[in-house]
Design a protein around this ligand. Structure first.
Ligand SMILES: Nc1ncnc2c1ncn2[C@@H]1O[C@H](COP(=O)(O)OP(=O)(O)OP(=O)(O)O)[C@@H](O)[C@H]1O
Ligand code: SF4
Ligand SMILES: [Mg+2]
Length: 377
Protein backbone atom coordinates (compact mmCIF):
# COMPACT_ATOMS: atom_id res chain seq x y z
CA UNK A 1 0.00 0.00 0.00
CA UNK A 2 1.52 3.33 -0.95
CA UNK A 3 0.01 6.66 -2.03
CA UNK A 4 -2.79 8.27 -0.01
CA UNK A 5 -5.94 9.38 -1.80
CA UNK A 6 -6.48 13.14 -2.10
CA UNK A 7 -10.02 14.34 -2.78
CA UNK A 8 -10.37 14.56 -6.56
CA UNK A 9 -12.96 15.66 -9.09
CA UNK A 10 -14.79 12.30 -9.34
CA UNK A 11 -18.54 11.97 -8.99
CA UNK A 12 -18.37 11.34 -5.25
CA UNK A 13 -16.04 14.19 -4.32
CA UNK A 14 -18.85 16.48 -3.24
CA UNK A 15 -20.06 14.49 -0.23
CA UNK A 16 -18.69 16.73 2.49
CA UNK A 17 -20.75 15.13 5.24
CA UNK A 18 -20.62 11.55 3.93
CA UNK A 19 -19.06 8.78 6.06
CA UNK A 20 -15.48 7.85 5.25
CA UNK A 21 -15.15 5.75 2.10
CA UNK A 22 -13.72 2.32 2.79
CA UNK A 23 -13.08 1.49 -0.85
CA UNK A 24 -12.72 3.91 -3.73
CA UNK A 25 -11.80 3.45 -7.34
CA UNK A 26 -11.08 6.08 -9.96
CA UNK A 27 -11.04 5.50 -13.72
CA UNK A 28 -11.08 1.75 -13.16
CA UNK A 29 -10.79 -0.44 -16.25
CA UNK A 30 -10.60 -4.18 -16.77
CA UNK A 31 -10.06 -5.28 -20.34
CA UNK A 32 -9.66 -8.96 -21.19
CA UNK A 33 -7.51 -9.71 -24.24
CA UNK A 34 -9.09 -12.44 -26.36
CA UNK A 35 -8.01 -14.50 -29.37
CA UNK A 36 -4.41 -14.22 -28.24
CA UNK A 37 -3.55 -17.92 -28.81
CA UNK A 38 -1.42 -19.23 -31.66
CA UNK A 39 -4.37 -20.53 -33.72
CA UNK A 40 -6.37 -17.35 -33.10
CA UNK A 41 -3.38 -15.32 -34.27
CA UNK A 42 -3.30 -17.30 -37.53
CA UNK A 43 -6.97 -16.77 -38.38
CA UNK A 44 -7.63 -13.26 -37.11
CA UNK A 45 -7.15 -10.10 -39.11
CA UNK A 46 -5.71 -7.12 -37.27
CA UNK A 47 -4.53 -6.88 -33.68
CA UNK A 48 -5.95 -9.06 -30.84
CA UNK A 49 -9.31 -7.81 -29.61
CA UNK A 50 -10.24 -7.00 -26.02
CA UNK A 51 -13.43 -7.37 -24.02
CA UNK A 52 -13.91 -4.03 -22.27
CA UNK A 53 -15.71 -5.48 -19.25
CA UNK A 54 -15.02 -2.43 -17.05
CA UNK A 55 -14.32 0.71 -18.99
CA UNK A 56 -13.72 3.65 -16.67
CA UNK A 57 -15.62 3.43 -13.39
CA UNK A 58 -15.42 5.77 -10.40
CA UNK A 59 -16.95 4.22 -7.31
CA UNK A 60 -16.88 4.87 -3.59
CA UNK A 61 -18.35 2.62 -0.89
CA UNK A 62 -18.56 3.98 2.65
CA UNK A 63 -18.17 2.00 5.83
CA UNK A 64 -21.45 0.95 7.47
CA UNK A 65 -23.24 1.17 4.13
CA UNK A 66 -24.43 -1.05 1.30
CA UNK A 67 -23.84 0.07 -2.27
CA UNK A 68 -26.00 -1.66 -4.86
CA UNK A 69 -24.86 -2.47 -8.38
CA UNK A 70 -27.57 -3.22 -10.93
CA UNK A 71 -27.43 -4.00 -14.63
CA UNK A 72 -28.23 -6.61 -17.22
CA UNK A 73 -26.24 -9.78 -17.60
CA UNK A 74 -22.79 -9.03 -18.99
CA UNK A 75 -22.78 -5.37 -17.92
CA UNK A 76 -19.62 -5.96 -15.87
CA UNK A 77 -20.92 -6.18 -12.29
CA UNK A 78 -18.95 -9.26 -11.26
CA UNK A 79 -15.83 -8.08 -13.04
CA UNK A 80 -16.01 -4.79 -11.13
CA UNK A 81 -16.45 -6.62 -7.80
CA UNK A 82 -13.58 -8.98 -8.53
CA UNK A 83 -11.32 -6.16 -9.69
CA UNK A 84 -12.05 -4.10 -6.56
CA UNK A 85 -10.89 -7.01 -4.37
CA UNK A 86 -7.93 -7.60 -6.70
CA UNK A 87 -9.03 -11.02 -7.95
CA UNK A 88 -8.54 -9.39 -11.36
CA UNK A 89 -5.60 -7.11 -12.07
CA UNK A 90 -6.92 -3.70 -13.14
CA UNK A 91 -6.02 -2.66 -16.69
CA UNK A 92 -6.09 1.03 -15.70
CA UNK A 93 -7.23 3.29 -12.89
CA UNK A 94 -6.65 3.26 -9.15
CA UNK A 95 -8.12 1.51 -6.12
CA UNK A 96 -7.89 2.84 -2.57
CA UNK A 97 -8.72 1.05 0.68
CA UNK A 98 -9.33 3.45 3.58
CA UNK A 99 -7.42 6.08 1.61
CA UNK A 100 -4.36 3.95 0.84
CA UNK A 101 -3.62 2.97 -2.71
CA UNK A 102 -3.81 -0.78 -3.27
CA UNK A 103 -3.97 -0.88 -7.07
CA UNK A 104 -0.68 -2.66 -7.52
CA UNK A 105 0.16 -4.03 -4.07
CA UNK A 106 1.67 -7.48 -4.12
CA UNK A 107 3.36 -9.94 -1.76
CA UNK A 108 2.70 -9.11 1.91
CA UNK A 109 0.79 -5.96 0.96
CA UNK A 110 -1.61 -7.99 -1.17
CA UNK A 111 -2.05 -10.57 1.63
CA UNK A 112 -2.90 -7.79 4.09
CA UNK A 113 -5.31 -6.31 1.54
CA UNK A 114 -7.03 -9.68 1.06
CA UNK A 115 -7.77 -9.90 4.77
CA UNK A 116 -9.56 -6.58 4.58
CA UNK A 117 -11.38 -6.98 1.25
CA UNK A 118 -13.42 -10.13 0.75
CA UNK A 119 -15.96 -11.50 -1.73
CA UNK A 120 -19.05 -13.70 -1.27
CA UNK A 121 -20.14 -15.52 -4.42
CA UNK A 122 -23.66 -16.56 -5.33
CA UNK A 123 -23.05 -20.28 -5.10
CA UNK A 124 -22.69 -21.39 -1.47
CA UNK A 125 -22.18 -25.01 -2.67
CA UNK A 126 -19.11 -24.10 -4.71
CA UNK A 127 -17.73 -21.82 -1.99
CA UNK A 128 -17.36 -24.53 0.68
CA UNK A 129 -15.02 -27.50 0.50
CA UNK A 130 -17.27 -30.59 0.88
CA UNK A 131 -14.55 -32.35 2.89
CA UNK A 132 -14.26 -29.66 5.58
CA UNK A 133 -16.66 -29.28 8.50
CA UNK A 134 -18.18 -25.84 9.01
CA UNK A 135 -15.76 -25.22 11.89
CA UNK A 136 -12.72 -26.17 9.78
CA UNK A 137 -13.97 -24.13 6.81
CA UNK A 138 -14.40 -21.01 8.94
CA UNK A 139 -11.01 -21.54 10.61
CA UNK A 140 -9.17 -22.10 7.31
CA UNK A 141 -8.72 -18.40 6.36
CA UNK A 142 -7.22 -17.74 9.82
CA UNK A 143 -4.69 -20.51 9.26
CA UNK A 144 -3.89 -19.26 5.76
CA UNK A 145 -3.21 -15.78 7.12
CA UNK A 146 -1.32 -17.12 10.16
CA UNK A 147 -3.71 -15.54 12.63
CA UNK A 148 -3.78 -16.66 16.29
CA UNK A 149 -2.96 -19.96 17.96
CA UNK A 150 -5.41 -22.86 18.06
CA UNK A 151 -7.35 -21.54 21.07
CA UNK A 152 -7.58 -17.99 19.69
CA UNK A 153 -8.77 -19.29 16.33
CA UNK A 154 -11.43 -21.41 18.04
CA UNK A 155 -12.79 -18.32 19.81
CA UNK A 156 -12.96 -16.40 16.53
CA UNK A 157 -14.67 -19.27 14.73
CA UNK A 158 -17.34 -19.49 17.44
CA UNK A 159 -17.87 -15.71 17.37
CA UNK A 160 -18.23 -15.73 13.59
CA UNK A 161 -20.79 -18.53 13.63
CA UNK A 162 -22.78 -16.76 16.33
CA UNK A 163 -22.79 -13.55 14.26
CA UNK A 164 -24.50 -15.34 11.40
CA UNK A 165 -26.93 -17.11 13.74
CA UNK A 166 -25.49 -20.59 13.32
CA UNK A 167 -25.39 -22.12 16.80
CA UNK A 168 -21.76 -23.35 17.10
CA UNK A 169 -22.67 -26.47 19.07
CA UNK A 170 -25.04 -27.52 16.28
CA UNK A 171 -23.02 -26.51 13.25
CA UNK A 172 -19.28 -26.67 14.06
CA UNK A 173 -18.99 -30.32 13.14
CA UNK A 174 -21.44 -30.49 10.26
CA UNK A 175 -20.39 -30.92 6.63
CA UNK A 176 -21.77 -28.69 3.84
CA UNK A 177 -24.09 -31.46 2.56
CA UNK A 178 -25.71 -31.53 6.01
CA UNK A 179 -26.78 -27.86 5.73
CA UNK A 180 -29.71 -26.17 4.02
CA UNK A 181 -28.94 -23.62 1.29
CA UNK A 182 -29.48 -20.70 3.69
CA UNK A 183 -27.31 -22.28 6.39
CA UNK A 184 -24.60 -22.90 3.80
CA UNK A 185 -24.64 -19.25 2.72
CA UNK A 186 -24.48 -18.22 6.40
CA UNK A 187 -21.42 -20.47 6.82
CA UNK A 188 -19.85 -18.79 3.79
CA UNK A 189 -20.52 -15.38 5.35
CA UNK A 190 -19.04 -16.56 8.68
CA UNK A 191 -15.91 -17.66 6.81
CA UNK A 192 -15.72 -14.20 5.22
CA UNK A 193 -16.24 -12.36 8.51
CA UNK A 194 -13.71 -14.33 10.51
CA UNK A 195 -10.95 -12.21 8.95
CA UNK A 196 -12.73 -9.04 10.12
CA UNK A 197 -12.74 -7.37 6.69
CA UNK A 198 -13.57 -3.72 6.08
CA UNK A 199 -15.07 -4.26 2.64
CA UNK A 200 -17.10 -7.15 1.23
CA UNK A 201 -18.41 -7.73 -2.28
CA UNK A 202 -21.63 -9.76 -2.14
CA UNK A 203 -22.13 -10.99 -5.72
CA UNK A 204 -25.77 -12.08 -6.05
CA UNK A 205 -25.58 -13.75 -2.63
CA UNK A 206 -29.22 -14.85 -2.57
CA UNK A 207 -29.90 -15.66 -6.21
CA UNK A 208 -29.39 -19.41 -5.74
CA UNK A 209 -31.33 -19.61 -2.49
CA UNK A 210 -34.90 -20.63 -1.93
CA UNK A 211 -37.29 -17.68 -1.94
CA UNK A 212 -38.33 -18.36 1.65
CA UNK A 213 -34.85 -17.76 3.10
CA UNK A 214 -33.71 -14.79 1.00
CA UNK A 215 -34.99 -12.10 3.36
CA UNK A 216 -33.06 -13.68 6.26
CA UNK A 217 -29.75 -13.44 4.37
CA UNK A 218 -30.49 -9.85 3.26
CA UNK A 219 -31.32 -8.86 6.84
CA UNK A 220 -28.11 -10.50 8.00
CA UNK A 221 -26.02 -8.54 5.46
CA UNK A 222 -27.66 -5.31 6.56
CA UNK A 223 -27.13 -6.02 10.26
CA UNK A 224 -23.49 -6.99 9.71
CA UNK A 225 -22.83 -3.86 7.70
CA UNK A 226 -24.24 -1.61 10.42
CA UNK A 227 -22.89 -3.55 13.45
CA UNK A 228 -19.40 -4.26 12.14
CA UNK A 229 -19.00 -1.06 10.11
CA UNK A 230 -18.57 -3.01 6.89
CA UNK A 231 -18.76 -1.40 3.48
CA UNK A 232 -20.64 -3.78 1.17
CA UNK A 233 -20.90 -3.79 -2.61
CA UNK A 234 -24.12 -5.70 -3.28
CA UNK A 235 -24.36 -6.99 -6.85
CA UNK A 236 -27.80 -7.92 -8.10
CA UNK A 237 -30.12 -8.18 -11.07
CA UNK A 238 -32.96 -7.68 -8.69
CA UNK A 239 -33.93 -4.06 -8.15
CA UNK A 240 -36.42 -4.89 -5.41
CA UNK A 241 -33.71 -6.42 -3.19
CA UNK A 242 -31.50 -3.41 -3.88
CA UNK A 243 -34.26 -1.13 -2.64
CA UNK A 244 -34.62 -3.38 0.41
CA UNK A 245 -31.04 -3.10 1.71
CA UNK A 246 -28.92 -0.60 -0.26
CA UNK A 247 -28.14 2.97 0.79
CA UNK A 248 -26.85 3.95 -2.63
CA UNK A 249 -27.06 2.38 -6.05
CA UNK A 250 -25.29 2.59 -9.40
CA UNK A 251 -26.81 1.44 -12.67
CA UNK A 252 -24.29 -0.22 -14.94
CA UNK A 253 -24.39 -0.61 -18.72
CA UNK A 254 -21.65 -2.10 -20.90
CA UNK A 255 -18.83 -1.53 -18.41
CA UNK A 256 -19.72 1.95 -17.15
CA UNK A 257 -22.05 3.57 -14.62
CA UNK A 258 -24.86 5.55 -16.27
CA UNK A 259 -26.73 6.69 -13.16
CA UNK A 260 -26.04 6.70 -9.44
CA UNK A 261 -27.42 8.11 -6.24
CA UNK A 262 -29.34 7.41 -3.09
CA UNK A 263 -31.36 4.24 -3.66
CA UNK A 264 -34.88 5.61 -3.11
CA UNK A 265 -34.13 8.66 -5.25
CA UNK A 266 -32.82 6.62 -8.20
CA UNK A 267 -35.56 3.99 -8.03
CA UNK A 268 -38.41 6.47 -7.52
CA UNK A 269 -37.06 9.06 -9.98
CA UNK A 270 -34.98 7.18 -12.56
CA UNK A 271 -33.46 9.73 -14.92
CA UNK A 272 -31.47 7.73 -17.46
CA UNK A 273 -33.51 6.10 -20.24
CA UNK A 274 -31.77 2.80 -19.44
CA UNK A 275 -32.71 2.99 -15.75
CA UNK A 276 -36.25 3.91 -16.72
CA UNK A 277 -36.42 0.85 -18.98
CA UNK A 278 -35.10 -1.35 -16.16
CA UNK A 279 -37.69 -0.02 -13.74
CA UNK A 280 -40.44 -0.53 -16.30
CA UNK A 281 -39.26 -4.09 -17.01
CA UNK A 282 -38.98 -5.15 -13.38
CA UNK A 283 -41.98 -4.24 -11.24
CA UNK A 284 -41.03 -3.59 -7.65
CA UNK A 285 -42.81 -6.25 -5.72
CA UNK A 286 -41.90 -8.31 -2.68
CA UNK A 287 -38.09 -8.38 -2.52
CA UNK A 288 -38.14 -11.95 -1.35
CA UNK A 289 -40.31 -13.15 -4.20
CA UNK A 290 -39.07 -15.22 -7.13
CA UNK A 291 -36.06 -14.37 -9.25
CA UNK A 292 -36.60 -11.41 -11.56
CA UNK A 293 -33.87 -11.20 -14.18
CA UNK A 294 -33.42 -7.86 -15.89
CA UNK A 295 -34.17 -8.30 -19.57
CA UNK A 296 -34.85 -5.44 -21.97
CA UNK A 297 -35.79 -5.47 -25.63
CA UNK A 298 -33.00 -4.97 -28.16
CA UNK A 299 -29.64 -6.61 -28.41
CA UNK A 300 -26.87 -5.60 -26.00
CA UNK A 301 -23.83 -4.57 -28.06
CA UNK A 302 -20.73 -6.67 -27.53
CA UNK A 303 -18.19 -5.24 -25.08
CA UNK A 304 -15.58 -5.93 -27.78
CA UNK A 305 -17.08 -3.31 -30.09
CA UNK A 306 -18.66 -0.59 -27.96
CA UNK A 307 -20.82 2.05 -29.72
CA UNK A 308 -19.30 5.53 -30.04
CA UNK A 309 -20.64 8.39 -27.89
CA UNK A 310 -23.30 7.09 -25.51
CA UNK A 311 -23.02 3.32 -25.38
CA UNK A 312 -26.78 2.95 -24.78
CA UNK A 313 -27.68 4.80 -28.01
CA UNK A 314 -28.38 1.64 -30.05
CA UNK A 315 -31.29 0.79 -27.70
CA UNK A 316 -32.32 4.20 -26.44
CA UNK A 317 -35.83 5.46 -27.22
CA UNK A 318 -34.59 9.06 -26.75
CA UNK A 319 -31.50 8.93 -29.00
CA UNK A 320 -30.42 12.25 -30.57
CA UNK A 321 -27.72 13.21 -33.09
CA UNK A 322 -25.25 14.19 -30.40
CA UNK A 323 -25.49 10.77 -28.77
CA UNK A 324 -23.33 9.02 -31.38
CA UNK A 325 -20.68 11.74 -31.31
CA UNK A 326 -20.16 12.76 -27.69
CA UNK A 327 -19.76 10.65 -24.56
CA UNK A 328 -22.26 12.13 -22.09
CA UNK A 329 -20.76 13.76 -19.00
CA UNK A 330 -22.16 13.38 -15.47
CA UNK A 331 -25.03 15.75 -14.69
CA UNK A 332 -26.64 16.48 -11.33
CA UNK A 333 -30.36 15.79 -11.39
CA UNK A 334 -31.04 15.81 -7.66
CA UNK A 335 -29.20 15.78 -4.33
CA UNK A 336 -26.31 13.35 -4.85
CA UNK A 337 -28.17 11.94 -7.87
CA UNK A 338 -26.20 11.91 -11.10
CA UNK A 339 -26.86 10.75 -14.59
CA UNK A 340 -24.71 10.48 -17.72
CA UNK A 341 -27.12 11.39 -20.52
CA UNK A 342 -27.39 14.21 -23.06
CA UNK A 343 -31.05 14.73 -22.16
CA UNK A 344 -29.85 16.61 -19.09
CA UNK A 345 -27.82 19.73 -18.79
CA UNK A 346 -25.64 20.62 -15.85
CA UNK A 347 -27.53 21.93 -12.85
CA UNK A 348 -25.06 24.82 -12.83
CA UNK A 349 -26.08 25.77 -16.37
CA UNK A 350 -29.81 25.34 -15.85
CA UNK A 351 -31.85 27.19 -13.29
CA UNK A 352 -34.20 24.24 -12.93
CA UNK A 353 -31.46 21.60 -13.01
CA UNK A 354 -33.78 19.38 -15.04
CA UNK A 355 -33.45 18.05 -18.58
CA UNK A 356 -32.38 20.49 -21.22
CA UNK A 357 -33.93 19.01 -24.33
CA UNK A 358 -35.78 16.11 -25.83
CA UNK A 359 -35.38 14.48 -29.23
CA UNK A 360 -34.55 16.98 -31.96
CA UNK A 361 -33.43 19.41 -29.24
CA UNK A 362 -37.03 20.11 -28.22
CA UNK A 363 -37.30 21.02 -24.57
CA UNK A 364 -38.92 18.68 -22.06
CA UNK A 365 -41.51 20.33 -19.86
CA UNK A 366 -40.56 17.93 -17.07
CA UNK A 367 -37.94 15.23 -16.49
CA UNK A 368 -38.67 12.56 -19.09
CA UNK A 369 -40.55 9.51 -17.91
CA UNK A 370 -40.18 6.15 -19.66
CA UNK A 371 -42.08 6.47 -22.92
CA UNK A 372 -41.78 10.29 -23.18
CA UNK A 373 -39.19 10.09 -25.92
CA UNK A 374 -41.16 7.74 -28.13
CA UNK A 375 -44.25 9.92 -27.71
CA UNK A 376 -42.31 13.11 -28.41
CA UNK A 377 -40.50 11.59 -31.41
N1 LIG B 1 -12.06 -13.83 -17.91
C1 LIG B 1 -12.75 -13.25 -18.90
N2 LIG B 1 -12.28 -13.24 -20.17
C2 LIG B 1 -12.96 -12.64 -21.17
N3 LIG B 1 -14.14 -12.00 -21.00
C3 LIG B 1 -14.65 -11.98 -19.76
C4 LIG B 1 -14.00 -12.60 -18.64
N4 LIG B 1 -14.76 -12.40 -17.53
C5 LIG B 1 -15.84 -11.70 -17.94
N5 LIG B 1 -15.77 -11.45 -19.27
C6 LIG B 1 -16.74 -10.69 -20.08
O1 LIG B 1 -16.90 -9.42 -19.47
C7 LIG B 1 -18.25 -8.98 -19.57
C8 LIG B 1 -18.79 -8.69 -18.18
O2 LIG B 1 -18.92 -9.92 -17.47
P1 LIG B 1 -19.44 -9.98 -15.98
O3 LIG B 1 -19.38 -11.39 -15.55
O4 LIG B 1 -18.68 -8.99 -15.17
O5 LIG B 1 -20.94 -9.49 -16.13
P2 LIG B 1 -22.10 -9.47 -15.04
O6 LIG B 1 -22.70 -8.10 -15.10
O7 LIG B 1 -21.58 -9.93 -13.72
O8 LIG B 1 -23.13 -10.52 -15.65
P3 LIG B 1 -24.12 -11.53 -14.86
O9 LIG B 1 -25.23 -10.65 -14.37
O10 LIG B 1 -24.56 -12.48 -15.94
O11 LIG B 1 -23.37 -12.20 -13.77
C9 LIG B 1 -19.00 -10.09 -20.30
O12 LIG B 1 -19.07 -9.76 -21.67
C10 LIG B 1 -18.13 -11.31 -20.09
O13 LIG B 1 -18.29 -12.24 -21.13
S1 SF4 C 1 -30.58 10.25 -24.87
FE1 SF4 C 1 -28.62 9.92 -25.82
S2 SF4 C 1 -27.15 10.15 -24.13
FE2 SF4 C 1 -29.16 9.80 -23.20
S3 SF4 C 1 -29.24 7.58 -22.90
FE3 SF4 C 1 -30.23 8.04 -24.89
S4 SF4 C 1 -28.59 7.75 -26.37
FE4 SF4 C 1 -27.63 7.96 -24.35
MG1 LIG D 1 -22.05 -11.56 -12.49
Amino acid sequence: MNARREPGPGPFRDRAAAPAPVIEAAGLKKHFPIDTGVIAALVRRGPPRTVKAIDGVDVSVSSRSIFGLVGESGSGKSTLGMTLVRLHEPTAGSIFLSGEEVTHVHGDGLRRFRRRAQIIFQDPYGSLNPRLTVGDAVEEPLKIHGIGDRAERAVRVVESLERVSLQPRHFLHRYPHELSGGQRQRAVIARTLVLEPDFVVADEPISMLDVSIRAGILDLLETLSKDLGLGVLYVSHDISTVRYICDRVAIMYLGVFVEQGETGEVIDHPAHPYTQSLMAAVPLVDPTAGRKRVELPGEVPTPIDIPSGCRFRTRCPCVMDICSRVVPAWRDVGPGHRVACHLYQDATASSSGVPARGPGDRPFAHPPEAGDCREAG
